[in-house]
Unconditional design. Structure first.
Length: 171
């Protein structure tokens, strides 16, 4: 009888020790960070976000950084955009000049409040809202002539990216 009792006690202690070890392993695991929505810049070939969404840039981290040509956009097509989940402090500058120069037309969009969806109905008209604004430098019009963009998405060290539109990477 003592042998059976000792075996049961030993079995109980082994199970308790194993359960404790599993519990300790689980409590030491770090929960994965919460997934945040990916921000997007979507360009359209017509005003008001209508027509064909011919180019989408996904922002999956901040600060947003990239090297080389990551816009796979067609040159001289963009007429409007939808900005989705971009953080306050984001700046998007769109240029007629293929080298992002400021001697021709350009528009600068500044996000001042996080909004799930901002519609930029066109790039040729200055607007001032509480959640975003756009200034425009007009020479002969930027509509349908966007050739370069600069994107700054804030983070601990804000990113500054020049995006030549329409150039394809070397293959």
């Amino acid at each position: 009888m003592d042998t059976q009792r000792n075996a049961l006690v030993l079995l109980f202690l082994m199970m308790a020790t194993e359960a404790h070890a599993r519990g300790t392993e689980q409590s030491n695991k770090v929960a994965p960070p919460e997934t945040k929505a990916i921000a997007h810049i979507r360009f359209y070939d017509k005003d008001w976000g209508d027509g064909h969404n011919f180019c989408t840039v996904a922002i999956d981290k901040v600060p947003y950084t990239s090297t080389g040509n990551f816009f796979d956009c067609t040159n001289d097509e963009a007429q409007s955009a939808r900005l989705q989940d971009l953080p306050p402090g984001t700046t998007i500058a769109l240029y007629d000049d293929p080298h992002c120069g400021d001697s021709d037309d350009y528009s600068i969009i500044r996000i001042t409040k996080l909004m799930p969806n901002i519609l930029v109905k066109n790039f040729g008209t200055a607007v001032h809202y509480t959640d975003w604004n756009m200034s425009v430098h007009r020479v002969n019009g930027i509509q349908g002539k966007v050739s370069c963009a600069e994107v700054d998405v804030p983070g601990p060290n804000p990113a500054h990216v020049k995006i030549p539109v329409g150039e394809s990477p070397a293959k």
